[in-house]
Design a protein around this ligand. Structure first.
Ligand SMILES: Nc1nc2c(ncn2[C@@H]2O[C@H](COP(=O)(O)OP(=O)(O)OP(=O)(O)O)[C@@H](O)[C@H]2O)c(=O)[nH]1
Ligand SMILES: [Mg+2]
Length: 421
């Protein structure tokens, strides 16, 4: 089964909670705070799997959650970090956020490895909060809890050369003789049902060739296998447009070439813009009669490089390979799709808002959530810590700029307190 588009769920690990603990043993009756820090959650990492050109592995498994960090423990014991979860995808997989459609990453290069979601930070244990005036901090931070995301993986094969043409013109046969790939070859239409890749080499240069199912007239309206496989030759530098010049099965070479280009245009002007080398295949069947070749060249020769070839006898192979290598060397390197600056799971901890309700000033936003993380406001010491953080982070100054004065109220979540300088 060939799958080139799937939706999966991913989630980085939660951070472990910091511990709230005091050293107590036979010798030390009243030791200091010894609550260790929580471990960091595991990241979600995507990595290119060079041996795959199929997303079929995601047919059954659709949920990928990285390990959570462990909670901190007594005696300064730090929680273990969660392991990263590495998701292997074929080269050319574009990762999009399902909700917004934004591109998160394009796994374009053969060695690409990208951290897509970062694990939550571990909370700090109470061992961190001891100061000369607060020797027994009775609070610890909770770890950062991460969100789950739905992402769409879409494979858009990356190759140097794409094979294109009607069914049975010999595309797969060409792939099989130029590379070590072993695609299915047969004299019936639509032998190829999914893209195949192979590596060819000539004159010390190697290049990747992609073979896709054949197109027919009306492919743009879904006839035959439609043109849903065209995305697998969209990211090639050149197209080998294969034409059956022997016109086996009542084909018409001149007409075929025109029709396929028309279908391409309907699919995307971009693809029509990819340079084409025309390969008139099956010349072994012409028995030396070059009339059809001449007619074809008279019709399209002014606009295209046209070569004759036989995948059966391999006549014309040297010229074909030479032309491909030359053309490739003239063309610029391809570049990955531009990933949008996608702030997946990265909250802006500098942002918060002050909402005024009469003489009550409500604080909301990621920054406030971050400061309040794991703090129990009903507990005096914890509350004092929270107030200090508000001051240190400049929130109190900002409140004053908004008109906060003695006797006013500050509200955070459901907690409200009176302000006195
Ligand atoms: N005589 C001769 N036969 C060829 C040549 N190239 C391909 N064939 C035959 O043509 C038939 C179709 O070849 P394939 O390579 O399967 O064609 P395809 O274009 O991949 O077809 P689809 O996968 O159906 O789109 C097979 O029987 C091949 O052996 C050639 O140069 N000469
Ligand atoms: Mg084929």
């Amino acid at each position: 089964m060939f799958i080139d588009k799937v939706t999966i769920k991913i989630k980085a690990g939660n951070g472990g909670d910091g511990a709230l603990s005091f050293l107590r043993d036979r010798k030390t009756m009243n030791g200091g705070p010894d609550g260790g820090d929580g471990g960091r959650g595991g990241n979600i990492v995507f990595e290119v799997d060079k041996d795959s050109n199929n997303l079929v592995d995601f047919y059954h498994q659709k949920k990928f959650f990285a390990e959570n960090g462990e909670n901190g423990g007594h005696r300064h014991c730090a929680g273990k970090s969660g392991a990263d979860l590495v998701i292997k995808v074929p080269r050319g997989t574009v990762i999009k956020d399902k909700q917004s459609g934004q591109i998160i990453a394009d796994m374009f290069y053969p060695d690409d490895r990208k951290v897509i979601l970062k694990g939550g930070l571990g909370g700090r244990g109470n061992q961190n909060f001891a100061t000369p005036t607060r020797q027994a901090p009775a609070f610890a931070e909770t770890g950062v809890k991460t969100k789950e995301f739905e992402v769409v993986l879409e494979l858009k094969t990356i190759a140097d050369v794409g094979l294109l043409g009607y069914p049975s013109v010999g595309k797969s046969k060409i792939l099989s003789v130029l590379t070590s790939a072993r695609p299915k070859i047969a004299d019936y239409h639509f032998t190829t049902l999914n893209p195949n890749l192979g590596v060819a080499s000539y004159g010390g240069k190697t290049f990747l060739i992609a073979d896709i199912p054949g197109l027919i007239e009306g492919a743009s309206e879904g006839k035959g296998l439609g043109f849903r496989f065209l995305k697998h030759v969209e990211r090639t530098k050149i197209l080998l447009h294969v034409v059956d010049i022997a016109e086996v099965d009542g084909r018409n070479a001149i007409e075929d070439f025109r029709v396929i280009n028309e279908e391409l245009e309907k699919y995307s002007k971009n693809l029509l813009g990819v340079p084409q080398i025309v390969v008139l295949n099956k010349i072994d069947l012409l028995d030396g009669d070059m009339t059809k070749v001449k007619e074809f060249k008279n019709t399209y020769g002014a606009d295209y490089t046209i070569l004759t070839y036989s995948a059966a006898t391999r006549e014309g192979e040297k010229e074909l390979l030479q032309t491909i290598v030359e053309e490739l060397s003239k063309l610029p390197e391809q570049v990955p799709q531009q990933a949008e600056v996608f702030e997946i799971d990265r909250r802006d901890f500098t942002q918060y808002d002050i909402i005024k309700h009469g003489n009550t000033f409500e604080l909301v936003g990621d920054k406030i959530d971050e400061i309040i993380r794991g703090v129990n406001l009903a507990e005096p010491e914890s509350f004092a810590y929270f107030q200090n953080r508000l001051r240190d982070e400049g929130v109190m100054d900002n409140l004053k700029l908004h008109g906060l004065k003695d006797g006013d109220y500050i509200r955070v979540l459901s907690f409200e307190f009176e302000y006195w300088e």
